[in-house]
Design a protein around this ligand. Structure first.
Ligand code: 9MR
Length: 554
């Protein structure tokens, strides 16, 4: 073997070794379960588990074990399960979940110690002193049971202590004990397990709003008082009809800046049933957005989905007509939302190489001087990640302008320029970022300006025409603004070969094929809504039937 060929072999070997270590996940890795990808990103991906299917259904158990590296008991660790009567503790359901998690190398988040729901009536009827003692004892017993168990790593100490306006909820806890029950609960939990991460958990707090700001302020003040709050949970019970909270990541980040861990604790994305491909695709986008928000925030520990199969979900019972909120359907088939979570966690090793189909040609309607509505035939996406939305562009040479984005097959464009021709096309995106071909162009022209102070419109009417000429009379100039104007300028375009042969009631100049007509000395003043008119005559080539167009007023 020559020196040359042996070094060639060495280079090949080196490439192979480097590829083994450096290349992103291979396609075999790309189809790995969610937990594999989550772990490689330093996050957990979890599910809330219900005890009955966990003991009765193989498919349920298999998916729970294979796909997730974190679990939360959906109900089994709540007060009504663990201490149904005072001092009588029952850990059968809680232990079943913890044992399952231990067997499957999963961490458990304890949910929940102090809540106004699923708390037996014996607690609610206690005096203040007895209630505080009962709360401290409950926390001590429940947290204490798992304090030396490495599987249970965190707790929702208090749950839903705020109402939707951001005031402390006037629950029996608050009404009996005042606000101090919150700090007392955290201190009792710390005493019971100094190593557990202690969280405050709530819903409708995903975006920056009054409620999330109230939690932010409470956490900040508790920590200043050395109350052991380590973590904030964002339940994230979302619904596609209410829109995705665009500031979710920013909100997580502001909490992280307080020095706490953040986590998504109860994610689901409900739809108005029945499912269809468009709703599935929108739901997949929401799931992907949540996972991506957590991935983007270092202090975000992971994402727990509130269940995993539509067969078992709290949603249809609570919101009649809504459901299908999870990532597996009722028969344990993976939905587009599964693929979205998977691909987000896999970060670029997408399992969907197929772009959506090309959208239909858009059709424009409701055109004003600054807006227009577009609709088009929807695209479909067969690659698995689901249709994520559409981008609407204005065709304008080298760099087309993005006019807007939509998750449905229509859009209302705003902020357009008056009296301007737009040529627009639509492009579809899927959940993996694949982009379709451009649709055919739609062409429309916005109407002349008006509406603001001093706006005006001009409408020309052909009064009379003959073989080689025509009269436009009247051109009606209207003040469409909210204040009086003292002058107006109308422009219009003559077709090629047409020449102006006369005009009246306006001062007219011609440049090329553009005619500019300014008010005469006597008809420039127009109150709001008032009109005046002028006219003109045009010569055109024999047999030509075109007339003037493109009237604008300023
Ligand atoms: O999913 C839980 C459902 O099975 C229970 O019937 C319900 C009772 O309140 O609680 C559901 O879980 C809730 C969680 O504990 C706290 N955040 C809201 C969840 C959905 O209601």
């Amino acid at each position: 073997m020559s020196v040359r060929s042996s070094s060639f072999v060495r280079v090949l070997t080196l490439v192979g070794v480097l590829a083994t270590f450096l290349l992103p996940a291979t396609s075999a890795d790309a189809s790995a379960p969610l937990r594999t990808h989550a772990a490689s990103r330093g996050k957990f991906i979890g599910a809330a588990l219900a005890t009955s299917p966990l003991s009765n259904e193989t498919s349920y158990r298999n998916i729970a074990a294979t796909e997730f590296n974190q679990v939360t008991a959906e109900n089994a660790m709540k007060w009504d399960s663990t201490e149904p009567s005072q001092g009588q503790f029952n850990f059968s359901g809680a232990d079943a979940i913890v044992n399952f998690a231990t067997q499957n190398n999963q961490q458990v988040h304890g949910h929940t110690l102090v809540w106004h729901n699923q708390t037996p009536s014996w607690v609610q009827g206690l005096s203040a002193t007895a209630m505080r003692t009962a709360m401290q004892n409950h926390i001590s017993q429940v947290v204490g049971r798992y304090a030396s168990n490495a599987t249970v790593v965190s707790w929702d100490v208090v749950n839903e202590v705020f109402d939707d306006s951001g005031n402390l909820r006037t629950s029996f806890w608050y009404n009996t004990l005042g606000q101090s029950y919150i700090a007392d609960a955290f201190r009792a939990a710390r005493a019971a397990d100094p190593d557990a991460r202690l969280c405050i958990n709530d819903y409708n707090t995903e975006g920056i709003n009054a409620k999330s700001t109230a939690i932010y302020n409470l956490v900040s003040s508790l920590r200043q008082q050395n109350v052991p709050v380590d973590c904030v949970g964002f339940q994230s019970h979302l619904a596609i009809q209410y829109g995705f909270p665009g500031d979710f990541q920013q909100n997580l980040q502001r909490f992280a800046a307080l020095g706490v861990q953040v986590r998504i604790t109860e994610l689901d994305v409900r739809i108005q049933t029945p499912r269809d491909a468009t709703k599935d695709a929108t739901q997949a986008t929401y799931y992907r957005n949540v996972v991506n928000a957590c991935l983007a925030v270092t202090a975000c520990a992971g994402v727990t989905i509130w269940g995993f199969t539509d067969k078992y979900s709290w949603v249809p019972d609570t919101f009649p007509g809504q459901g299908a909120a999870l990532i597996y359907d009722e028969s344990y088939a993976q939905k587009p939302s599964y693929t979205a979570v998977h691909d987000a966690l896999a970060g670029g090793t997408t399992t969907d190489p197929t772009p959506p189909t090309t959208p239909g040609t858009p059709s424009a309607s409701s055109i004003t001087s600054s807006s227009a509505a577009l609709t088009w035939t929807a695209s479909t996406d067969s690659g698995g990640s689901g249709l994520a939305g559409y981008d609407v562009y204005r065709e304008q040479g080298a760099t087309d302008q993005l006019l807007g984005q939509s998750t449905t097959n229509s859009i209302s464009l705003t902020g357009l320029s008056a009296s301007t021709q737009y040529q627009v096309y639509v492009r579809a995106r899927d959940g993996a970022g694949n982009v379709s071909a451009n649709s055919a162009l739609a062409t429309f022209t916005t109407t002349a300006g008006g509406g603001g102070p001093g706006g005006c419109t001009a409408v020309g009417t052909v009064q009379n025409q003959w073989n080689n000429g025509y009269v436009v009379q009247p051109v009606t100039v209207t003040n469409t603004g909210t204040s009086a104007i003292t002058g107006w300028t109308v422009t219009l375009t003559l077709p090629a070969g047409h020449t102006l042969s006369g005009s009246w009631n306006a001062v007219v100049t011609v440049s090329g094929q553009t005619v500019t007509a300014r008010n005469a000395s006597y008809n420039g003043n127009l109150a709001p809504n008032a009109s005046t008119t002028f006219g003109f005559q045009v010569s055109r080539p024999n047999g030509n039937t075109q007339t003037a167009s493109g009237y604008t007023c300023a």
